[in-house]
Write a protein that binds this ligand. Sequence first.
Ligand code: ATP
Length: 513
Amino acid sequence: MTQDELFKNLIAHTKEYGFIFPSSEIYDGLSAVYDYGQMGSELKNNIKKYWWDAMVKLHENIVGIDSCIFMHPKIWKASGHVDAFNDPLIDNKDSKKRYRADVLLEDYIAKLEAKANKEVEKGKKRFGDSFNEQQFRETNPNVLRETTKIQQVRERMTKALNDNDLTALRQLIIDCEIADPISGTKNWTDVRQFNLMFSTQVGSVSDDAGTIYLRPETAQGIFVNFLNVQKSGRMKIPFGIAQIGKAFRNEIVARQFIFRMREFEQMEMQFFVKPGEEMKWFEYWKQHRLAWHTAIGLGKENYRFHDHEKLAHYANAATDIEFNFPFGFKELEGIHSRTDYDLRRHQEFSGKKIQYFDPEDNASYTPYDIETSIGLDRTVLAVLSSAYNVEKLENGEERVVMKFHPVLAPVKVAVLPLVKKDELSAVAQKIMDELKFDFNCQYEEKDTIGKRYRRQDAIGTPFCVTVDFDTLNDNAVTLRERDSMKQERVPIEKIHEIVAQKVSMKRLLEQLK
Ligand code: ATP
């Protein structure tokens, strides 16, 4: 199965089993907007809790807030979003499709990288155990040709973006001979800037004074509450403010399922530090965030850092944590050292002094800020795509199993009477009533037990508890584990303990120490 087919199957699976639905589907959908179904919402909530606990519970010096989506319009002037939150867009005159110029170039670079990697794979096969990848990459003419090209394209793209030189950006697309994937032609318009913020009117006035924006990031809600939180919480530098919430961007390249949406959720944390100490904390948060990702078992090899070559004018360091999605390595989280830019700008635009008095230094200063900003929906996609497994069973059948980390699994236990009989249902219901206070459980008595197991595999339930006629005598049930499909007989009173151990958030969080 190709990655493309796999991705299509995953999307179909998430719809069939209630994870994700296209928004407004009965009206033919709304592009780049998706709804979370009954399973997707549980999964999303579990990820949120894991992030919130890792940030707010585990760090005594981090607190969480919930600021509003609507904010004073001047905030977006101060943050730079009104003037500079733009994407460079280019249209193909034949297909009439619009693209982000930088994304066209990134895709082109990804193709060159794939070519180079193919050569490396060939080399690996040819030389076997004696293969030295680094040496091969540095000397093989085919690989060198691609890497030189990649470097040149990157340098020109970075310069054009830094200089805001849209003509140079277009020229680079022409020089790379990039064709529209739909029309196949190179008939491109000029590159233009397009602001990504959604605007709306507040109250009944329809002039400019009433225009407000749907927030394009949650971060600004934290910056404008810096003093409120610092003072009311008596916070001492270094400290952090965390927030989970919706953000809105009028994305033009809206594809790849929930990877790029117009309405999405972010989990952001701003960590305020003493000026001069930001690099130490930047490194700390890089490592800490990577540990958070790898603890949920999606494979260390599926993450990499991508340091920014094009730094925003206010940042003095920035990196992305990229994940190996079904369509390749792409940004999952951004970690940015934003200096004192945001707080200073809000001080300037609001006219209110935003500073911190450091009792140790007996001096006031504007703190520097390290931001960790992760897309919740992209994390859901990473988790879904890694969990999705199609397995051949010994009896020749196939099963689709979502191998979620048990802490993230939407349903933890399914309680299943072997057949639909009152005496079995009564015991099963009793078990259910006991477990449901601590775990999200499902009770199912329809269809054969085999079919019910398959359904639970498809939603990734770690445990199935089957009540049969022996249960009535021995007070024991069959406990089936999702991944190994192993079944064992356990006393009813042991179920809670076994499940609790496996789905323990505490044990997951302990890995982050
Ligand atoms: P990209 O380059 O992919 O557009 P970005 O660099 O603009 O992303 P940030 O502004 O750093 O993204 O936002 C922080 C995080 O929010 C990203 O790492 C990503 O996980 C998430 N995110 C950003 N835009 C979207 C979107 N349109 N849909 C879903 N998640 C998003």
